[in-house]
Ligand binder design. Sequence first.
Ligand SMILES: [Zn+2]
Ligand SMILES: [Zn+2]
Length: 154
Amino acid sequence: VTASAWVDWAQAQVAASGRKRGGARHAVLELLGAQTCAVSALEIEDALRQRGRREVSRASIYRILDELERLRLLQRVQTGQAMVRYERVRDSRDHHHHLVCDRCGLVMPFSDAGLERAIDRLSAEVPLTVSGHEIVLRGACRDCRPAAGAPTGS
Ligand SMILES: [Zn+2]
Ligand SMILES: [Zn+2]
């Protein structure tokens, strides 16, 4: 799914929910459509500023993110630093999972075909109609890795 196809699809979902089109929401959708991985509200705000969209207030960015999340167009990625990141919901061929550093909050995407096959197989066996999944591996990134032999805590 290309970024613009995602934006069109998301706009259609918003319209189907009975909401009016809005310039601020469209700007946020275009930005999210172009991201390769999850971004924070502050990063979205910065990016909008850089694009000259100064009229979009922080409060309206949070309101729009909240609304898009409720419409299941966005998913939250919790980084363990009280810093929430948002990512557009991707289809099964396009999606990825996350490696999260508990120390510095770094988020890296990863994907694995074997993992997806294992989840598909499991999904057919569990007493749940599975509509999605998300996998987060937590730990310390290369820059934050504790010295050898040091206790890792948690
Ligand atoms: Zn991601
Ligand atoms: Zn780190």
